[in-house]
Design a protein around this ligand. Structure first.
Ligand code: ATP
Length: 436
């Protein structure tokens, strides 16, 4: 399969089957903005749920939270985003196209038309808006460019309500906005996106060890959810690449069809954020060290991943085309916990009322535990292919024999193997296979 082909095939599947649509399509679309359809929202929610389960439910040292997108503008002054959160942009004097200076091979020449480029000029990536109805009195606020700050400014609230001991963390999933100079590659780089972020507060002496642990922990998560090992790598940032708040940062990169690119960054933010917010707000965020008997600011280790980028990586990694007899079968080998639909129930003959009735009953019964759908709108072979293409791990077929032996056929998406399972055993059977 050609590489660009793979990207095009995934994009086309996303649209054809209702994973992802272009935003405002009936008005010609809004560039680089995407809407998640019925299957896309399931996949995206499953990614978020898997992350939340791993970092909140399966640990006892991380608390979840959900802060507002709009925050007091002082937050962004203190965090350094107002001053430092920019990319350099270069404009072509001839064709007027705009480029991120850092991406240019020749910073003088336009890569499109060969025209003269302007010098790189700073361009702040934060979206600005106004809060309030009276123009003169309204307050300039920003759409958050990272969810992290919502957790730093709640640090004292968490201490007061949960009384945690170091190390402990906060986890949050939410929208972030950046006015990117060059968005693109489908949902890889957009101006509105979702982040999954952990802020892990540690004693400064432990920071390096915890930083290394989190790199491994997060790397493992992608592999456990089915990403092929050879398509993932870690890449430590050079000192010149580091964000203004970071002492060290390692990216987990995925081998996208358009090259190795960041999926998630794990940063050692030092005590930069808590120190600055303490100084600016006059609220002391230091903790007391029992050994040295001194107050200190905890360091922060931050694993920060993109929901949309992970969704794209999971889709690309799972996409297969296989020859089956004389046919090409498209199959999304998604990890079952990510699959939008877990089970499809299909009657072998839709004109046999008894089969339809049993199939519908099984569907409603399974729906209480797993997202299950019923389909009888085509011949069985076609119904299987439809489910393969959207990554449904199991199909249940009700046939004439089911009327006698009270068993149904369960077909596995990946092996295409079929096995007879008693109708009364179905829930337990799937519980073992799907609750992983
Ligand atoms: P990049 O270098 O690709 O611009 P970044 O290093 O600026 O990314 P971070 O600030 O580390 O990104 O943000 C953490 C995560 O948020 C990224 O790893 C990525 O998954 C996601 N993310 C950041 N910007 C975007 C975007 N414009 N569109 C989609 N996801 C994004």
């Amino acid at each position: 399969m050609m590489i660009n082909d793979l990207m095009e095939k995934v994009i086309s599947l996303c649209k054809r089957r209702g994973f992802i649509f272009q935003s405002s399509e009936i008005y010609g679309g809004l560039a680089n903005t995407w809407d998640y359809g019925p299957l896309g929202v399931e996949l995206k929610n499953n990614v978020k749920r898997s992350w939340w389960r791993k970092v909140v439910y399966e640990r006892d040292d991380i608390f979840g939270m959900d802060a507002a997108i709009l925050m007091h503008p002082k937050v962004w002054e203190t965090s350094g985003h107002l001053k430092n959160f920019f990319d350099l942009k270069s404009d072509c004097r001839s064709c007027k196209r705009r480029f991120k200076t850092q991406d240019l091979k020749d910073p003088q020449r336009c890569p499109d038309c060969g025209g003269q480029l302007t010098e790189g000029r700073p361009f702040n990536l934060m979206f600005e808006t106004r809060l309030g109805v009276i123009e003169e009195e309204s307050l300039v606020v920003y759409l958050r460019p990272e969810t992290a700050q919502g957790m730093f400014v709640n640090f004292l609230n968490i201490l007061d309500t949960k009384h945690p001991k170091l190390p402990f963390g906060l986890a949050q999933i939410g929208k972030a906005f950046r006015n990117e100079i060059t968005p693109g590659n489908f949902i890889f780089r957009t101006r509105e996106f979702e982040q999954m972020e952990i802020e892990y507060f540690v004693h400064p002496k432990e920071a390096e060890d915890r930083y290394q642990e989190w790199i491994e922990e997060r790397f493992k998560w992608y592999i456990e959810l089915g990403i092929k090992r050879e398509n993932l790598r870690r890449r430590a940032h050079g000192k010149d690449e580091l964000a203004h708040y970071a002492f060290a940062c390692t990216d987990i990169e995925y081998n996208f069809p358009f090259g190795w690119q960041e999926l998630e960054g794990i940063a050692n933010r030092t005590d930069f954020d808590l120190r600055k917010h303490s100084e600016m707000s006059n609220k002391d965020m230091r903790l007391f060290d029992e050994i040295s008997k001194e107050k200190f600011y905890p360091y922060i280790i931050e694993p920060s991943g993109g929901v949309d980028r992970s969704v794209l990586a999971f889709l690309i990694d799972a996409y297969y085309e296989e020859k089956v007899k004389d046919d090409i079968r498209v199959v999304l080998r998604l990890h079952p916990s990510l699959s939008p639909i877990k089970i499809a129930v299909l009657p072998l003959l839709k004109n046999r009322a008894e089969l339809v009735e049993i199939a519908k009953k099984i569907t409603w019964d399974l729906k209480k535990k797993f997202f299950t759908v019923y389909d009888d709108t085509a011949a069985i072979g076609k119904l299987y292919r439809r489910q393969d293409e959207i990554g449904t791990p199991f199909c249940v077929t009700v046939d004439v024999q089911s009327l006698e032996d009270k068993k149904v056929t369960v077909r596995d998406r990946d092996t295409m193997e079929q096995r007879r399972v008693g109708m009364d055993k179905l829930k337990d059977y799937f519980f073992d296979l799907l609750c992983v």
